[in-house]
Design a protein around this ligand. Structure first.
Ligand code: FE2
Length: 186
């Protein structure tokens, strides 16, 4: 017995549109998101500040990205780290942050210490309203060098951070110290 559909079978007038997979946000879209979020003065003002250490609130980023609102008391910083395979963006919403970064593509795995070549260091000051996007395996540290003023920033990463590798740095030598997983910061 044949199971074929007769040629005269009615065709539905309108087929449901297949669900589009969620678009992956680009780092430029993440930068646009953090800029718009940083301009939300009520949200920025709602973040509790603590003179003793950084405070943070998780935000809903675009297209399933991981986003954070972070405060930085004077003199605080992240230390050197990367965000593994995630792309990201951040912007200063209040105060000024300094970013030290490496303009170098580092091997992602299989090393414990690495001697950096000359000329890979980059430094930028991000005053209120200034931000930047970055690609995968971006190695940097972010600091609030002010002695008196808190800084506040907005960050977004996609995909949500699977891990953060933390490094120490002595001169030109970068040393992998430990790897943090999401349960360490969520
Ligand atoms: Fe970072």
């Amino acid at each position: 017995m044949s199971a074929s559909v007769p040629a005269s079978a009615p065709v539905p007038a309108a087929l449901p549109t297949p669900a589009r997979p969620t678009a992956k946000p680009t780092s430029a879209e993440l930068l646009d998101f953090v800029r718009r979020t940083a301009a939300d003065t009520d949200l920025i003002a709602s973040l509790p500040l603590d003179a003793e250490g950084r405070t943070w609130v998780r935000l809903e980023g675009p297209h399933g990205s991981e986003a954070w609102l972070i405060s930085w008391p004077p003199g605080t910083g992240t230390g050197w780290h990367d965000h593994a395979e995630s792309v990201g963006a951040f912007t200063t919403a209040a105060g000024t942050l300094k970013e030290n970064s490496l303009a170098a593509r580092l091997p992602t795995d299989g090393w414990k210490t690495l001697e950096l070549t000359e000329g890979v260091d980059r430094e930028r000051q991000l005053v209120t309203g200034q931000g930047r996007a970055f690609g995968r395996n971006h190695v940097h540290e972010v600091l609030n060098e002010s002695t008196v003023q808190h800084a506040i920033s907005v960050h977004a990463y996609y995909p949500p951070l699977p891990q953060i590798r933390r490094y120490s740095r002595t001169g030109a030598v970068l040393r992998l110290e430990h790897v943090e997983r999401p349960e360490d910061w969520q």
